[in-house]
Design a protein around this ligand. Structure first.
Ligand code: ADA
Length: 549
């Protein structure tokens, strides 16, 4: 499954799932795996780092122009069609397209070479506190398109004093001089849209009769664009939207002017056996557990999410913090000559793909990078400016670990701090939150919302200790309760995320700080077995009154 709704009614489109053959770098056949999948699921390849090729045979009954969409290949991808290289891409967590013209009828070979070795050319995938798997970790889609086809449709909800409107914008891939006709159906209205010579379009609707999207009432609308020429349909594209605004008033985050207090977990895309190719059923289960725990929000860390997870959040009314790919890259790594371009590509691809999800209420950048140096600040500035240009409708934030030395807080709409009081240092959470909020107020000079973007403690599943020492389930549970009580009752806190939902596999380079090569701060283990903290967190999230929202 690629999305939770059908994205084309007329355009022939199929998912290239099922078994793909896997070959070693030396062209030795080493097995078959289900795609989406990571080689993690092939016995003997559990910790693989290197080059592998994944191959699928495709039989066409007729000649076609083909549009391939790769939703995620981890993490350097080279695409070959009948032995000829047709595209390449960097980053496991964003999508890319390949257009193949004049493809003949008959048998063809699609080959994806995936390389997950770290190296100088890779600025974002580095040995880190999560694992970079080898695989085609998200779906692959094959569409048959005409010469002209719909590339993108963005829907921006606009709230007016009379009701809701929408701005419809996007791009048609044009090859012919004779521009086709575009009509977009939204909330029962059919709107003719003119296309400029370069294929772009922009149109504002009149007033629409729609229900607002809200966490407790996640009303969604499918928007259908149809391209035609001389009455003949050429192509179509279905997107989905929800009508809501996100705005900030002083310290308050508001959805449709109603205060909200986003509370939940940080979540990586990581499960045993399947690695970062998280099965759809497992995404649903995670959200069910989060709902049970009393969450209304999730922070997807530290890269753009699988669109199916965002679809589910749209449907269930979860508020999402989505961020571009970058975790803990200090100035030395930010100086990598590929850093700027790889960040920019990731931000552009993230916004292009996920703009329409009403659940996303904030964009994040550069988690725990150098927001305390002049060089680091120049990247925070550039990335905030780029995001504002691509989407001015959502606030922007970044999760900082620079505490009293951060020099970038003025750039963003929401201040966010990762606070591990009680775990990495012994200042009690209630004391630390007072100190940090006083400092932020003085550093920022005006009221802004503050999200505690990470807090937590480690625990090894099944390890109990009567003296409640570190790594025991008891200690994790105690500390989470203390942090939750201190942070969520503080009048200057506007939301918070526990680090983290489930344990995750990490790179071996981290082993000294990470027993079992896992980040064990999950309140469930990698298999989603509940630790003691589960019940504690559930009680706190359900019972604790939030200062706002
Ligand atoms: C950081 C970081 C996370 C994780 C966490 C931890 O703040 O953003 O990715 O590494 O700390 O477990 O220490």
């Amino acid at each position: 499954m690629i999305r939770t709704f059908t994205t084309h009614q007329y355009r022939p489109s199929q998912e290239l799932n099922g078994f793909w053959k896997v070959y070693s770098e030396e062209e030795r056949p080493i097995g078959q795996i289900l795609i989406p999948g990571c080689v993690e699921s092939l016995p003997g390849y559990e910790n693989f780092q290197g080059i592998l090729s994944y191959e699928k045979e495709i039989l066409l009954e007729q000649p076609h122009t083909i549009l391939l969409t790769f939703y995620g290949v981890s993490f350097r991808a080279r695409i070959f069609w009948d032995g000829k290289e047709v595209a390449s891409h960097y980053n496991a967590y964003t999508s890319f397209h390949v257009r193949l013209t004049d493809v003949t009828a008959g048998r063809h070979i699609l080959r994806v070479q995936a390389d997950n070795r770290f190296g100088e050319d890779s600025a974002l995938h580095v040995p880190n506190d999560y694992f970079s798997y080898n695989g085609i970790n998200r779906p692959v889609q094959m569409d048959f398109v005409d010469n002209d086809y719909l590339e993108q449709l963005h829907i921006l909800p606009i709230r007016t004093s009379q009701g809701w409107k929408a701005a419809l914008s996007g791009k048609v891939f044009l090859t012919k001089e004779d521009t086709p006709h575009l009509e977009i159906s939204i909330a029962g209205k059919r709107i003719p849209v003119s296309i400029s010579d370069d294929g772009h379009f922009h149109e504002e609707t009149g007033l629409l009769s729609v229900d607002e999207w809200a966490p407790d009432h996640p009303a969604l609308y499918e928007v259908h664009a149809v391209l035609s020429r001389n009455g003949q349909k050429l192509d179509d594209l279905v997107e989905r939207t929800g009508f809501r605004t996100v705005n900030i008033v002083g310290r308050q985050i508001c959805i449709n002017d109603n205060p909200v207090f986003p509370k939940g977990f940080c979540r990586h895309e990581d499960v045993p056996v399947y690695g970062s190719a998280v099965p759809y059923e497992s995404m649903v289960y995670d959200l069910q557990l989060m709902r049970d725990l009393g969450c209304n929000s999730v922070r997807v860390t530290h890269y753009p999410s699988d669109p199916r997870f965002l679809d589910l959040c749209d449907e269930l009314g979860f508020l999402v913090w989505e961020e571009s790919h970058a975790r803990g890259l200090e100035e030395e790594r930010m100086r990598n000559p590929h850093f700027e371009q790889q960040c920019e590509d990731c931000i552009r691809e993230m916004v292009a793909d996920h703009f329409n999800h009403p659940s996303i209420y904030v964009w994040g950048i550069l988690n725990e990078c150098s927001s305390d140096t002049v060089y680091g600040r120049s990247f925070y500035e550039k990335q905030v400016a780029l995001l504002r240009k691509l989407d001015s409708s959502r606030p922007i934030t970044y999760a900082s670990c620079k505490f009293f030395t951060d020099i970038c807080l003025d750039l963003v709409d929401i201040v966010s701090m990762n606070l591990y009081a009680g775990w990495y240092h012994n200042t009690p959470p209630a004391v630390y939150i007072r100190e940090i909020t006083d400092w932020i107020d003085q550093a920022v000079g005006k009221e802004k919302p503050l999200i505690i973007s990470e807090f937590g403690a480690g625990a090894i599943y099944g390890f109990h200790d009567y003296s409640r020492i570190k790594w025991s389930e008891e200690r994790q549970s105690d500390l989470l309760e203390e942090q939750l009580k201190a942070y969520f009752s503080h009048s200057k806190v506007s939301g918070g995320y526990i680090w983290q939902f489930s344990d995750i596999k990490v790179c071996e380079e981290w082993v000294e700080k990470r027993p079992k090569c896992e980040n064990n701060k999950g309140i469930v283990d990698r298999y989603r077995r509940r630790k003691m903290a589960y019940a504690t967190v559930k009680k706190c999230l359900t019972d604790l009154p939030s200062p706002r929202g």
